[in-house]
Each structure stands twice: as structure tokens, then as C-alpha cells.
Design a protein around this ligand. Structure first.
Ligand code: PLP
Length: 348
């Protein structure tokens, strides 16, 4: 006899990328930023700790953070909701829109969490396969039966590819439901879809401070949508889903755009080098707009993953139905990527 709801018993649960304990790896498996965040983040958090302010609850809607993010993106603060990482945003969205008879839809290969979130809601999960150019057209969505929401990771994980905003707009126009554009990696991309929120009422953009701002450990994300959608989502989120430290640190991070520009430039330069040498080794590498590259074909991914692991280098081995296993490699520092290159050339 189980205490759990049958659909919870039936699911296997999301398995995040390995966070190793007790052994030091060159860690290129979970798309963390290899550089330390802006100093301003710690400076903003320290007074809260030292002045005993943590005895109070935080602002439930993170008013100052929303104002800062709104200014940065050219929207109204009522169009922003904060989350405990963008995974929390995705959880809130799925809880708000999906359930039995209200399917979650997405594209494959994509971010595996979307299916898990659908399973938790006991909602059907429907997916469409990306075409070879990694760009979905409205006709690819034709066979989705009444989706209640569509998740589009853009840039996509694991491919790193990004669809242009005008292509995303066409999908939004073809869908009868919210289109969630998960822009976890948009800080590394050439374009983003925030402007679409103003022209397409069903577009919701999700953002995180985990990747571009190097704050994966802080847990802060947000979404941008119409004020009506944000008001509805605020009914679903936990009252105090973001703590006082992360909200203060998040404001400081967003305000330090010079830090973001410098760090981004370094990561993009290293991404170019990484993409070039893995392609030389025989992998098919779609053009990456994220802080990782996707390596399909080429030397057998499983063996290469194991050989790298023996050399204390951790990358992500991923399996998707109907495809050979492939490697997703995070852009590290130049030194880490040199180390990886030497190891890969020995192995291959
Ligand atoms: C596509 C995508 N969306 C969202 C997330 C969640 O990031 P976080 O919860 O750290 O904001 C990730 C994390 O790897 C991701 O790859």
C-alpha cells in the first residue's frame, strides 16, 4: 500500500546533473558559470546578515527586484514575478495551467524537467521533434491536441541552438495556449523574446540569474508576462518563495551590467574555441547561443564520458529516445577548456 497519489508513484522523478561530493572535478556538466559573481552581490547581502534583518519575512512579491528587472527589460514592474530559481517559475506555471486533460507540450530533445513537471500535475505530456535545423514552424505544432501550455527552451538545452524572435512569434500566433519561452541561457545569445511579451499576450518569458550572472547557488529567477498573467501566477506561488538575501543579491547583480558584459564576452570567446576543437574531433556541433555545446555523432559519447571522468573531467552524457547518446559540455574557463582539449585529443 502506498501513501502516494498513483501518478506520483508511477513517475521516476527528475535526475539533475551530478553534483559531486568528496572528489574534485573540472565540472563541465551543469552549465554553471565558471567565474565568480559580481562583488556587489555579497556587498548587498552583508548588511542584511549583520543587522539582523533576517528575523523579518521578505517582501512577498520582491517589489524592488521587480522594479530593477522591469527597468532593465523595458516593461512595467507588474509584468514580473520572482521565483526560487527559474525551475520554481516553471513549477508555478505548470501548476497554474496544466493538469488532467490539460496537456503540457514541448519540443524534443529539450529540457527534461518539463515532462517531470507535467507528471507531477498528472497532466499529459506531448512533444514534437525538432527538425534538423532546430527551428520549429507552426505546422510542426499541428498534431498537438489542445495543449494547455507550450514550453520552448530558447536557447534550447541540450542543443544550444536558438530560434529567432520572429520564428517564435509565429509559434505564439499558432498556439491556442501560453507559450513559455524559457530563456535560462539568453544572456549568452544574440537575441531574446522579451519584446514579444508586448505584442503577443500568450507569451511568457522565463529568466534566471543562475547562468549569465553566475548565481546558481543563490536560487533566483523571474518571469515576464502580461500584468494579467502575472496576477494569476501570484495566486499560485508560495507567499515567500524568494528570500531576502537572494532578492537583495539579485538586484545588485542586475545593476552590474558591466560585469555581465565582461563575463559574457569571455565565455563567448571560449565557446568558440571549444566548439571548434570538438568539431575537429568529429562531433556534429550545432551553433551554440548558450554557455555549452552539444556534441552528437563522432567518437562514442558513452566511452568518451567515462574516459573523461577517469581524468577528473565531468561532462553531461545525455540520452534521448531515437538518438545516439551525446555529450553536452559546459563552457568553462580557458584553463579548464585547455585541460579538456588535451584529454579529449588523447582519448580520441
Ligand atoms: C533550459 C533550462 N531552464 C531552466 C533551468 C533552471 O535553472 P535555475 O532553476 O537554476 O534557474 C535550467 C537549468 O539548467 C535549464 O537548462
Amino acid at each position: 500500500m502506498s501513501y502516494f497519489l498513483p501518478h506520483i508513484d508511477a513517475m521516476s522523478g527528475y535526475v539533475p546533473g551530478e553534483q559531486p561530493r568528496g572528489r574534485t572535478f573540472v565540472k563541465l556538466n551543469t552549465n554553471e558559470n565558471p567565474y565568480a559573481p559580481s562583488h556587489r552581490v555579497a556587498e548587498a547581502m552583508m548588511p542584511i546578515l549583520l543587522e539582523g534583518r533576517l528575523r523579518l519575512y521578505p517582501d512577498p512579491v520582491g517589489t524592488r527586484f521587480c522594479e530593477t528587472a522591469a527597468k532593465l527589460h523595458g516593461v512595467h514592474p507588474d509584468q514580473i514575478m520572482t521565483g526560487n530559481g527559474s525551475d520554481d517559475i516553471l513549477t508555478i506555471l505548470t501548476r497554474a495551467f496544466a493538469g488532467p486533460g490539460r496537456p503540457v507540450a514541448s519540443a524534443q530533445p529539450g529540457y527534461i524537467l518539463y515532462e517531470t513537471l507535467a507528471q507531477i500535475q498528472n497532466a499529459p505530456f506531448r512533444s514534437v521533434e525538432y527538425p534538423v535545423n532546430w527551428t520549429l514552424e507552426p505546422e510542426h505544432l499541428r498534431d498537438l491536441e489542445n495543449p494547455a501550455m507550450f514550453y520552448l527552451a530558447n536557447p534550447n538545452s541540450p542543443s544550444g541552438t536558438a530560434m529567432a524572435p520572429d520564428q517564435v512569434a509565429k509559434l505564439a500566433e499558432a498556439l491556442p495556449c501560453p507559450l513559455v519561452v524559457d530563456e535560462a541561457y539568453a544572456d549568452f545569445a544574440d537575441t531574446n523574446c522579451i519584446e514579444l511579451v508586448k505584442t503577443h499576450p500568450n507569451v511568457i518569458v522565463s529568466r534566471t540569474l543562475s547562468k549569465g550572472y553566475a548565481l546558481a547557488g543563490l536560487r533566483l529567477g523571474y518571469c515576464i508576462a502580461s500584468a494579467e498573467i502575472i496576477a494569476g501566477l501570484n495566486k499560485v506561488k508560495d507567499s515567500y518563495n524568494c528570500d531576502m538575501l537572494s532578492l537583495a543579491g539579485g538586484i545588485a547583480a542586475l545593476e552590474d551590467q558591466a560585469w555581465l558584459r565582461d563575463t559574457r564576452a569571455r565565455i563567448l570567446a571560449t565557446r568558440e574555441r571549444l566548439a571548434t576543437f570538438v568539431a575537429e574531433l568529429g562531433y556534429l556541433v550545432p551553433p551554440s547561443q548558450a554557455n555549452f555545446v552539444w556534441c552528437e555523432g563522432g567518437p562514442p559519447a558513452e566511452e568518451v564520458y567515462k574516459a573523461l571522468r577517469e581524468r577528473d573531467i565531468l561532462v553531461r552524457l545525455m540520452r534521448y529516445p531515437g538518438r545516439e547518446p551525446a555529450l553536452r559540455i559546459t563552457v568553462g574557463t580557458d584553463e579548464q577548456i585547455d585541460f579538456l582539449e588535451t584529454a579529449l585529443r588523447e582519448i580520441v
